[in-house]
Design a binder for this molecule. Structure first.
Ligand code: ADP
Ligand code: MG
Length: 322
């Protein structure tokens, strides 16, 4: 079981940032409105994520750490209509296989919290703990039991940068949630609840939001909204490209191509602009189950989607450049 978890962990928790992403997604799925992330040494030494979500009942704590145990999917139809971020039921098991993990949680109707600890080999019975409503996931010494993998980690600064990127993506997609990020005891970011433009500004800077064109287009079963940088935004480079499909960060050639083509068509510029775009689409029209890390995606009708994105951005840029 441990070996299986370690193999699976290879995909789900390739590096600290991938573990962090899974843990934050769980907090979001638990309806948290406040998520606090504390990292030590790029997340390698420790990552501690505290949320104020619904919590996990005492008798479900052990199950939450077991592979293929998910509270989010019970039928095959569910799998085709995924609205929660997690659904594989392997993230916590995988993380616990490569770290020393402590899970503490309190449901609103419990009088105190319960805590379970996994040290890679064994899960101990839940112990009483104290906490206010919500969940704390505390993972220490990541990969220390897998020297081969540990060797592949980059410097602390690089691993931290990846973690920061994960928090920024989550912050962009959920301006209704407060996020904070500490690294080595120092507060690096605090994103208070805001509207989307304010949130984009606090995540990506005011220079960015001052030179963007807004997009808000709908068709049957599909909605795109967000902003794309105008040429005046000097740092129109690859570093600020955020595309979310049903709240999930996605990297996709088809989407990048559609955006770039629109830019070329309207502004006659061969650039790869910065953008923050949100696409809402019928979950049945996308397959998010392509890869465990889930930044890849498959669309049922890629041509129609390409056209829709191209036209939406084209329209917005045309209006802005008039
Ligand atoms: P998945 O998210 O795919 O269901 P995970 O291994 O990530 O699988 O989590 C297992 C289960 O643990 C979840 O289905 C959920 O019931 C519970 N869980 C994990 N993290 C939290 C949290 N922060 N708040 C409430 N429940 C959680
Ligand atoms: Mg999950």
């Amino acid at each position: 079981e441990l070996l299986i978890n370690q193999i699976a962990a290879g995909e789900v928790v390739e590096r600290p940032a991938s573990a962090l992403k899974e843990i934050i997604e769980n907090s979001i799925d638990a309806d948290a409105t406040r998520i606090a992330v504390q990292l030590l040494q790029g997340g390698i030494k420790q990552m501690r994520i505290a949320d104020n979500g619904v919590g996990i009942a005492k008798d479900e704590l052990m199950a939450a750490l077991t592979r293929h145990s998910t509270s989010k999917i019970s039928t095959l139809e569910d799998l085709q209509n995924i609205t929660s971020l997690g659904f594989r039921g392997e993230a916590l098991a995988s993380i616990s296989a490569i770290s020393t993990l402590t899970l503490t949680s309190q449901k609103a109707d419990q009088i105190h919290a319960w805590q379970v600890q996994v040290d890679g080999r064994s899960i101990k019975q839940p112990q009483p703990a104290s906490l206010t409503k919500g969940t704390v996931v505390d993972a220490c010494d990541l990969y220390s039991n897998i020297p081969a993998r540990r060797k592949f980690l980059k410097t602390e600064a690089t691993e931290y940068a990846h973690c920061e990127e994960v928090v920024k993506r989550m912050a962009l997609v959920r301006p209704d949630i407060e996020f904070s990020l500490h690294h080595n005891g120092k507060l690096r970011y605090q994103f208070r609840v805001a509207d989307i433009l304010q949130r984009i500004e606090s995540v990506l800077g005011d220079e960015f939001v001052q030179s963007v064109s807004s997009i808000d287009e709908r068709a049957a079963d599909i909605h795109i909204h967000g902003v794309v940088a105008l040429p005046a935004y000097s740092r129109a480079s690859r570093d600020k490209q955020y595309f979310f499909v049903n709240n999930r960060f996605v990297r996709d050639k088809l989407i990048s191509h559609a955006i770039r083509e629109a830019y070329r068509d309207v502004l006659h510029l061969d650039r790869y602009p910065s953008f923050v775009l949100f696409l809402e689409i019928n979950p049945a029209d996308v397959d998010v189950n392509v890869h465990p890390t889930k930044t890849e995606i498959r669309f049922r009708d890629p041509r129609a989607l390409h056209q829709f994105i191209f036209h939406s951005i084209n329209k917005s840029l045309s209006a802005s450049s008039r």
